[in-house]
Design a binder for this molecule. Sequence first.
Ligand SMILES: Nc1ncnc2c1ncn2[C@@H]1O[C@H](COP(=O)(O)OP(=O)(O)O)[C@@H](O)[C@H]1O
Ligand SMILES: [Mg+2]
Length: 259
Amino acid sequence: MSAVLQTNTIVIEKLNKTFQSRSIANPHYIIKDVDLVVRGGEFFILLGPSGCGKSTLLNMIAGFISKTDGSLSVDAKEIKKPGRDRAMVFQQADASLFPWLTVRQNVEFGLKMKRVPKLKRREISDQYIELVGLKGHEDKFPKELSGGMKQRVQLARVLAISPSILLMDEPFGALDAMTRRTMQKELIRIWQETKKTVIFVTHDLQEALLLGQRIGIMSVGPASKITEIYSVDLPYPRTYADPRFHELHQTIQEHFDKE
Ligand SMILES: Nc1ncnc2c1ncn2[C@@H]1O[C@H](COP(=O)(O)OP(=O)(O)O)[C@@H](O)[C@H]1O
Ligand SMILES: [Mg+2]
């Protein structure tokens, strides 16, 4: 028998999610019949209007909420609960940072939980604090940081525990346009350096086109599904100036307009 290769490939088949509804005969589907394969090392975007079920789908992949039925696996292993192979970056950094811990302590928190020795923790936190551009801010508390800096701390903290799958739920949605652009560029650099599988949720088509190798379009809910997947065959770093960027933007915009 051959072992399953650890490629961090996510396979979703006929996935359904219903939430409690008064009518059992007529269940309320949030997600219905979602089929998707995200390849190991891929940067995949889930794009869809607000309320369509993007967070619900991402939370099922994270193992935070359970599916109703269908199948959801990483490297052929069914997802039943959160795992160290997966980590989530949330839209609001405030919801995930500990206000009573400094930047360094926040970044080292997950490592401490994993019982990584002190010196090693320090080495890893130094590395990721530098990677996200927060060198010199190690001893500050979250309340002393701007929104963009807090989001960087969250990213550093997640990267420090080195998950092979990075789940990102509109992580830059609350940032101003300039900070957002910087973070997008840094994320691409980090992804290219670390070869992680990334599933990035957004409702912003421009952001999707700047970041993703493929863009899965989710339909308006209820009973949302992935109606189309577009490949974005443009080199990084991407710019709005590329005429093919505009072509794809228009194609996908038309797809939404038809719905
Ligand atoms: N725990 C829950 N119970 C009932 N309905 C929920 C729950 N969580 C989300 N929903 C509903 O599921 C739909 C999709 O929500 P969500 O996944 O947050 O969408 P998105 O992230 O695309 O904005 C919404 O209509 C929302 O009201
Ligand atoms: Mg959401």
